[in-house]
Design a protein around this ligand. Structure first.
Ligand code: DX5
Ligand code: ZN
Length: 232
């Protein structure tokens, strides 16, 4: 068996679950938390049946954020908005496979803008469809709920997809990170990491209890890789 390097996952709280009336303080209180990225969910009411927030809100959040902003575009024709999102502060830009008939071109455009390029897969989309772009990607986001809403239940088949994707990335020589989004809690996080997840998005789980900083610290502690065994 191949020894796999187990790393602590990147944690990306989703601002979709934050208090929109206080986005400045919500962003600022995450500054010294265990969050590695801030996940920013953009919904257009067409690709998904919900509307969230867009470019001016990203700009405002970016002014107060310390962490890189992980922009998840759940929108049709994302190619028209890439540079606007980059200018507004996106570090990572993830588009949906299902929204991009010319996915290869969109990935190159995101990279040319100097952002990490990600592709998201809906729960029904097989990971094998990424075979021919895997080597170009910085990030693959596996949706573990149907996109559009926070607070939904985790789809267990995601674990199988993570394992398959990990294999595909290794075979393609891709160093893309695997990010999981939707219904992530401490009940499924460790299994996701064991299957190969590198980054975990969590909205409701982080914000629901009213103590996002404490919850992120708990996630960080519980998902830390086991200490190295001493040689003696
Ligand atoms: C769903 C969004 C998710 C959402 C996750 O369409 O892409 O990022 O904020 O929220 P929870 O963790 O509540 O499922
Ligand atoms: Zn998301």
């Amino acid at each position: 068996m191949n020894p796999t390097r187990r790393m602590a996952p990147l944690l990306a709280p989703s601002l979709l679950a934050a208090d929109f009336g206080n986005l400045q303080s919500e962003t600022e209180r995450l500054a010294d938390s265990a969050a590695d990225w801030l996940h920013f969910d953009v919904m257009d009411g067409r690709f998904v049946p919900n509307i969230s927030f867009g470019i001016p809100v990203l700009q405002a959040v970016h002014r107060h954020a310390r962490q890189p902003i992980d922009v998840h575009l759940m929108i049709e024709e994302p190619q028209h908005y890439l540079s606007a999102f980059r200018d507004a502060g996106a570090a990572n830009i993830t588009v949906h496979y299902e929204a991009c008939p010319h996915l290869h071109r969109v990935i190159q455009q995101i990279k040319q803008l100097g952002c990490r390029a990600g592709v998201a897969l809906n729960p029904h989309t097989p990971v094998s469809l990424l075979e021919d772009v895997a080597a170009d990607l910085d990030l693959v986001l596996i949706m573990s709920v149907n996109p559009g809403f926070g607070g939904q239940a985790f789809i267990p088949n995601t674990l199988r997809k993570v394992t398959q994707l990990k294999e595909l990335l290794v075979d393609s020589g891709s160093s893309a990170l695997i990010e999981i989004d939707g219904g992530v809690t401490l009940d499924n996080a460790a299994a996701l990491v064991a299957a190969g997840a590198d980054a975990l998005v969590a909205g409701s789980f982080v914000f629901q209890g009213g103590d996002p900083v404490g919850t992120l610290a708990r996630m960080r502690a519980e998902l830390a890789p086991p200490a190295l065994e001493s040689a003696s």
